[in-house]
Write a protein that binds this ligand. Structure first.
Ligand code: OSB
Ligand code: MG
Length: 395
C-alpha cells in the first residue's frame, strides 16, 4: 500500500513534468534533420535481417539560442516496423515539423496533442518529442532524468547479441560481455537458431540472467517447439509471434512457464493496457521510438508500475543521442530489469557524443547529472558523417 501511494504521487509528477516548475513556452525557430552514416563494429543479425551500418536520423530543434537533440530510430528498410528513414523524413517534413513550428510549445502534453490527429509514424513523432525534451531540460537547467522524475543514479546494462555464423562465435561474445560486467545477455533467435544455442549458452553459464528475442519469427503453431525453452530458466522470451499480435501471445503465454515480453506489439499505452488485460505478456519492453515519444513511454511506465509489471528499456542500435534519452528513461523507478542499453563501444568505433557511454565493471551505466542530455554532442564529427541535411523553418 505504501508503495502504491508513493507510485501514485510519482505518476502525477511524471505525467506533467512542468507541474512543479513554471517553464517559459518554447518557440522553436528551426527543425534541422541530419542523416548520419555510422558503420557498426560488427554486423547485427536478427530473424528479420542483417545490417552493417546505421543511417542515424538526427533532429535538432533550435529555440532561444538553445539546441535540443533527438533521434528517429527508424531503419532504412521496413523490417522491424513499417517505418523507414524515408517515411519518417516525409512525415516530419510535411506534417510534424510544421506542427512544431506553428506556435510556441507550452508542454510535452501540448506537443503530443498537436501530433495526436496523425495516425502512426511513432518513430517520427518520437524524434521530435525527444528533441523538445532536451530543449525543455536545458531551459529548466535540469538533466533529462530529473525532468521526467528519474530516481536512479545508475542503470543496469544488458546486451543484445545477434545471430552469429556459429555457436562458438556466439559463446565468445557472451563471454566477452559477461567479462565486461553486463548484467543480462539477450540472444536473438529464429527457427534453426534457438533451442540448441540457448542450451549451449545456458550450460556454459548456469546462473546468468539470460533472455531470448525472436522478433516475430514464430507462429502459434510453434507452441510445442517454444515450450522447450521452458527448460532453461530464461528471464523472458521477447516477441515470439507476429509483430501486431496480442491475442495469440495470450494463448502462448498460457502454454508457457517462461514470462513473455512484448516489444513490437506495444505501440501505445492503450495496447499495453490491452496486452496486460489479456495477459499476453508479463513484462514490457519500452522503446521511446516505437511508442511515439516520452509522453507515451511515461504513460506505459506508469501503467506498468501501478500494476506491478516489470519494464525495461529496449534499444534500436541508437547513436549516443538516442541512447542518452534511453538512459534518462531507464532512470525511472519502474525500470527494474536491465535494458538493451550498452556502451557506445558495443556498437560504433566513434559515437556522436562525448564522453561516450561506458559500462562500469559492475555492469551499470551512470545516469548523467549534466543539463539536458548530459553529454556533449560531437558537432564536428556529425558534420563529417552527414549524408543529408535539411533545415525547416517557419514560412
Ligand atoms: O528487437 O530489440 C529489438 C535492434 C534493432 C531492432 C530491434 C531490436 C534490436 C535489438 C538491439 O535487440 C538492442 C540494442 O542494443 O540497441
Ligand atoms: Mg525486441
Amino acid at each position: 500500500m505504501w508503495y502504491f501511494l508513493a507510485r501514485m504521487q510519482q505518476s502525477a509528477k511524471i505525467s506533467d513534468p512542468q507541474a512543479e516548475q513554471s517553464t517559459p513556452q518554447i518557440r522553436v525557430e528551426g527543425v534541422e534533420i541530419r542523416l548520419v552514416r555510422l558503420p557498426l563494429l560488427e554486423p547485427f543479425e536478427t530473424s528479420f535481417g542483417k545490417i552493417d551500418s546505421r543511417l542515424i536520423f538526427l533532429i535538432c530543434l533550435s529555440a532561444d539560442g538553445l539546441r535540443g537533440w533527438g533521434e528517429v530510430v527508424a531503419a532504412e528498410q521496413p523490417l522491424y516496423s513499417y517505418e523507414t528513414v524515408g517515411t519518417a523524413f516525409h512525415v516530419i517534413k510535411d506534417f510534424l515539423a510544421p506542427a512544431v513550428l506553428d506556435e510556441p510549445i507550452a508542454s510535452l502534453a501540448d506537443l503530443a496533442r498537436r501530433f495526436a490527429r496523425f495516425r502512426g509514424h511513432n518513430m517520427a513523432r518520437a524524434g521530435l518529442e525527444l528533441a523538445y525534451m532536451d530543449l525543455l531540460a536545458q531551459a529548466r537547467q535540469q538533466s533529462l532524468s530529473t525532468l521526467i522524475g528519474g530516481e536512479r543514479q545508475q542503470i543496469a546494462a544488458g546486451v543484445s547479441l545477434g545471430i552469429q555464423l556459429t555457436p562458438a562465435q556466439l559463446l565468445k561474445r557472451v563471454e566477452r560481455y559477461l567479462s565486461l560486467g553486463y548484467q543480462r545477455i539477450k540472444l536473438k533467435i529464429k527457427p534453426g537458431w534457438d533451442i540448441e544455442i540457448v542450451d549451449e549458452v545456458r550450460r556454459a553459464y548456469p546462473k546468468i540472467l539470460l533472455s531470448v528475442d525472436a522478433n516475430s519469427a514464430y507462429t502459434l503453431a510453434d507452441a510445442e517447439h517454444l515450450r522447450k525453452l521452458d527448460d532453461f530458466e530464461l528471464l523472458m522470451i521477447e516477441q515470439p509471434l507476429h509483430n501486431d499480435d496480442i491475442v495469440d501471445h495470450a494463448k502462448l503465454q498460457r502454454l508457457l512457464q517462461t514470462d513473455l515480453c512484448l516489444d513490437e506489439s506495444i505501440v501505445s499505452q492503450r495496447l499495453a493496457q490491452a496486452a496486460l488485460d489479456l495477459e499476453s505478456c508479463r513484462i514490457i519492453n519500452i522503446k521511446i521510438g516505437r511508442v511515439g515519444g516520452y509522453s507515451e513511454a511515461l504513460a506505459i511506465h506508469d501503467l506498468c508500475a501501478a500494476r506491478g509489471v516489470p519494464v525495461w528499456c529496449g534499444g534500436m542500435l541508437e547513436s549516443g543521442i538516442g541512447r542518452a534519452h534511453n538512459i534518462a528513461l531507464a532512470s525511472l523507478r519502474g525500470f527494474t530489469l536491465p535494458g538493451d542499453i550498452s556502451a557506445s563501444a558495443r556498437y560504433f568505433e566513434h559515437d556522436l557524443i562525448s564522453p561516450e557511454v561506458t559500462v562500469a565493471s559492475d555492469g551499470t551505466v551512470a545516469v548523467p547529472e549534466g543539463i539536458g542530455l548530459g553529454f556533449e554532442v560531437e558537432l564536428g564529427f556529425i558534420e563529417r558523417q552527414t549524408e543529408t541535411r535539411v533545415y525547416l523553418s517557419r514560412k
